[in-house]
Design a protein around this ligand. Sequence first.
Ligand code: AP5
Ligand code: MG
Length: 219
Amino acid sequence: MNLLIMGPPGAGKGSQAVIIKERYNIPHISTGAMFREAIKAKTKTGLLAKEYIDKGELVPDSVTIELVRERLQADDTKNGFLLDGFPRTIAQAQALDQILSEVGKKIDKVINLVVDEEILVIRISGRRVCKTCGETYHIVNKKPKVEEICDVCGGELIQRADDNVATVSNRIKVYYEKTRPLLNYYDDKGILINIDGSGEIEETFRYVEKIMEDANDLT
Ligand code: AP5
Ligand code: MG
């Protein structure tokens, strides 16, 4: 199954994606994570992306689309994939449809996490990520076993560079302006499913599971 997970910054896309990837054995493709890797490796794309990400702006469509086009050519996407944080503009959504149609594929389902703004801010401000492996934690909702240390690899937990108050408010603003209109784009195609993402991580995943079961019943 070819899936998209959508929702505003901090809605829990990455947290759900990690579980979906494990359970359904499909690759999790996060453009945000790909950009962070590129920034860490100081590549040309990384240096360019950093200028936008640090301000909470979107990286230009041309750069982002090429990144995804290349990633979707990898063998591990043959039996399905989960895109997280892409597309974020109508132009990206149209490009994605084009990229997929060239190889006879399409997006099957779009899972949209609905979460109120106050919750988003609490989630983002409490998020900590492992500097080494990228595992995500929260200072209240998903604590590491040892404070400031990653359970998975023992790495140091830090705040994401774009998780500061000024950048977060711009990320949310940009989401409403540029990305939210995409929900209509997918609703018109009849593949959008809105789920309540305000409960606990496991509770939200139960809604995801239901979507996957219903989709299997149809095949
Ligand atoms: P990206 O990395 O995609 O960030 P985002 O969309 O702002 O979303 P987040 O990763 O902040 O939140 P999330 O929904 O994944 O939440 P998470 O699961 O971590 O993009 C970053 C930047 O890259 C963009 O601003 C842009 O500049 C650029 N970019 C990326 N893609 C692009 C594109 N396509 N085009 C152009 N530019 C692009 O959860 C958040 C916290 O809450 C965690 O601490 C978690 O533990 C906790 N939590 C999660 N779920 C729950 C729950 N149910 N209950 C309690 N706590 C929870
Ligand atoms: Mg994320």
